[in-house]
Design a protein around this ligand. Structure first.
Ligand code: 5MM
Length: 335
């Protein structure tokens, strides 16, 4: 079995998922400001160190996606962050894109940048202990979007990124995120997500990426957050499964969903149903940012010295999602 395939299986073993703690400084500042905590490097580290040393890291979190600032930081006890994560039997990962910028030729859309100098940055991250990486392409749904240009150019970037990452012996997380923003129906989300994912695999294959050594990080199939036609959780799960079954090659070992602005419980409930109905060979887990951290951040902001209390809140969410990744979650466990 290849080294990369092994890393994927280890990250997603026994219902484990991924903690997406790769908020750029701008996003993290917004998250902290929303709960009235000043966004300093020390505070960003403090909150993240609390999460990374929680007990659920050992049995629930197979990998943590870090941001450039965090992977180079040390804990209060002078332990390097990637070492702390590895000591919790989890894999350190790193976001390597440099953000979504205006797409020339279709200025209302975005193209993710970061390919220039990537090979050299990857070598540095590998030395720092990273076992996997992440790159996110973003797509909006409106009457005319996502355009062919945005679908094609983001797929091309995701594939070039993935090939470089595998060359450097790390697992690429391929994240094409079709945003939930808008009044589109679930049917439109299904159609656009299918088109986006199919194009990504066309490019990944063209760039000779080993599909057994990647993790796909897609959105679930949801109606837009301003849509009047909300669908049930059962329908979300069934449409999501149908979309992935039709558009993801069977060699791909693992799929780890983003939460995309769903509430914590909603994301867990949908993941649970996806696993209950899973009729594919894909491992279906989570790579949540907001849906893993929201309540812990809220608690911590009001009890900044209460490390144990914050970890209790985080451990609960991680455990609920690991149960959901095995189709074993139920609402009564949430109390
Ligand atoms: C954690 O948020 C990530 C970083 O976003 P920025 O680069 O904009 O700061 C983000 O890429 C995240 O990994 C995914 O979108 C999934 O996060 P959610 O919150 O949707 O699960």
């Amino acid at each position: 079995m290849s080294e990369l395939h092994n890393i994927v299986l280890k990250i997603l073993e026994k219902g484990k998922g991924i903690l997406a703690a790769d908020e750029s400084t701008g996003t993290m500042t917004k998250r902290l400001n929303d709960v009235n905590v000043p966004s300093t490097p020390e505070n960003r580290l403090l909150f993240r160190e609390i999460l990374f040393s929680s007990s659920s890291m050992i049995d629930c979190i197979g990998g943590v996606i870090l941001y450039d600032e965090t992977i180079k930081q040390q804990t209060s006890k002078k332990i390097k962050i990637p070492e702390l994560i590895s000591s919790m039997k989890s894999a350190p990962g790193i976001k390597v894109d440099t953000g979504a910028k205006v797409l020339a030729g279709s200025p209302e859309e975005k193209i993710t940048e970061g390919l220039d100098g990537l090979r050299e940055r990857l070598k540095e991250y590998y030395k720092l202990g990273a076992k996997f990486t992440k790159w996110r392409g973003v797509y909006t749904i409106t009457k005319n979007f996502p355009s062919k240009l945005s679908i094609q150019s983001n797929a091309h970037a995701l594939a070039r990124y993935s090939a470089l990452v595998q060359e450097c012996r790390m697992v690429p997380i391929v994240e094409p995120e079709v945003l939930m923003d808008g009044d589109h129906s679930a049917k439109e989300c299904y159609e656009k997500t299918s088109e986006v994912i199919k194009k990504c695999f066309e490019e990944l294959i063209l760039h000779k990426v080993d599909l057994k050594g990647i993790i796909l990080k897609p959105n679930m199939i949801l109606a837009g957050n301003k849509s009047k036609n909300i669908i049930t959780n059962e329908e979300v799960a069934k449409l999501t499964l149908k979309c992935l079954k039709d558009s993801v090659p069977s060699e791909v070992p693992g799929i780890a969903f983003l939460s995309g602005g769903q509430s914590e419980i909603e994301a867990t409930e949908n993941l649970n149903l996806i696993n209950k109905y899973n009729n594919t060979d894909f491992k279906m887990s989570y790579s949540f940012g907001r849906a893993l951290q929201q309540s812990a951040l809220k608690f911590w902001s009001k009890n900044i010295k209460d490390i144990e209390g914050t970890q209790k809140v985080f451990n609960h969410r991680a455990r609920m999602n690991t149960l959901a990744a095995q189709g074993k979650w139920s609402k009564d466990l949430e109390v």
